[in-house]
Ligand binder design. Structure first.
Ligand code: MLT
Ligand code: MN
Ligand code: ZN
Length: 301
């Protein structure tokens, strides 16, 4: 299976338009030890399938499409390499790009849980809006059930229910399905990806699922819990936002995975010191064989 990182940054991107933190300043002044990243999204396809499944639709999707020729029109007057869309939550940084895909001549096959669907039709009714443009062919994701997306039978997908909460705009109480991770398995080779850009905590059962994967592509949002507070950019802690930090446990969990498992961080906030390639924090990750994803990175399993 082929996995393309379209955007490796968390909400806001890197640099973030209004952020004057050291990292964002460094990108704006073109320091050679940092590289810009767009907001969180990946695309996946089976080895033989021509079509890609977009996992999360970033506000930066148009830039991401321009940067990835594989996803561009090549076969018909109106065309795209994206065949299906899967969402892991209803956050702004994972869903706003849907509006940019409204020119599709067909309804988008859109996979999401009931709770995500509720937020995207009630508090933030973008699916209602899309219905007046291309339309949406909604497909239900049930936690724990395997599913296959149309046109890509080589891969099977399973939703992992994660602890988490609905987006800040939501009017609902938290419920199961607000945040999911995904196990994606190549039926022929048995190779598995575990993708989870928002992980609030790792429980034993989640660790077991992560251990069954050949590559884990997981929450790399923050290095420390009070990163935003220390920098004076917000009062929120990583824990309040549903993100387990690298220094607060993620490195330790990744260390315990089987030796051969590839460990890659994604959804990295612009304040995170690991974005600076010669930082001590990045060196620590390298020591622990943990990679930091970037836009355009390709993972083949
Ligand atoms: C998050 O996942 O916590 C987000 O990146 C926050 C946001 O999109 O503003
Ligand atoms: Mn996010
Ligand atoms: Zn910043």
């Amino acid at each position: 299976m082929h996995i393309r990182i379209l955007g490796a940054a968390a909400g806001g991107g890197f640099p973030q338009w209004n952020c004057n933190c050291r990292n964002c300043q460094a990108v704006r002044s073109r320091q050679p030890n940092v590289r810009a990243r767009t907001q969180s999204s990946i695309a996946i396809r089976g080895d033989d399938a021509a079509g890609w499944t977009l996992v999360n639709a970033s506000p930066d999707i148009l830039t991401q499409l321009q940067a990835n020729p594989q996803l561009q029109p090549a076969r018909a007057a109106r065309d795209t390499g994206i065949r299906n869309i899967v969402l892991t939550d209803a956050q702004i940084d994972h869903t706003t790009g849907l509006l940019m895909l409204r020119e599709s001549p067909q309804p988008w096959p859109l996979w999401c849980t009931d709770s995500v669907f509720a937020d995207l039709t009630e508090a933030n009714p973008i699916l209602q809006v899309l219905q007046r443009y291309c339309g949406v062919a909604r497909q239900r994701i049930d936690i724990g059930e395997w599913f296959s997306v149309e046109g890509s039978d080589e891969l099977r997908w399973q939703a992992i229910g994660l602890p988490g909460r609905p987006p800040p705009y939501s009017k609902r109480e938290p419920q199961s399905g607000d945040v999911i991770g995904l196990l994606v398995e190549d039926r022929r080779t048995g190779k598995r990806l575990c993708y989870a850009p928002g992980v609030a905590r790792v429980d034993a059962w989640l660790f077991e699922l992560m251990s069954s994967a050949h590559c884990v592509l997981v929450d790399g949002t923050f290095w420390t819990d009070d990163e935003l507070i220390q920098l004076g950019v917000s009062r929120k802690r990583a824990a309040d936002m549903g993100h387990l930090t690298q220094s607060g446990g993620m490195i330790d969990w990744l260390d315990r995975l089987p030796t051969g498992t590839r460990r890659v961080l994604i959804h990295i906030n612009n304040t995170n010191p690991i974005l600076v390639e010669d930082s001590a924090e990045r060196a620590k990750l390298t020591e622990h064989r943990i990679e930091v994803s970037y836009d355009g990175m390709e993972i083949v399993l």
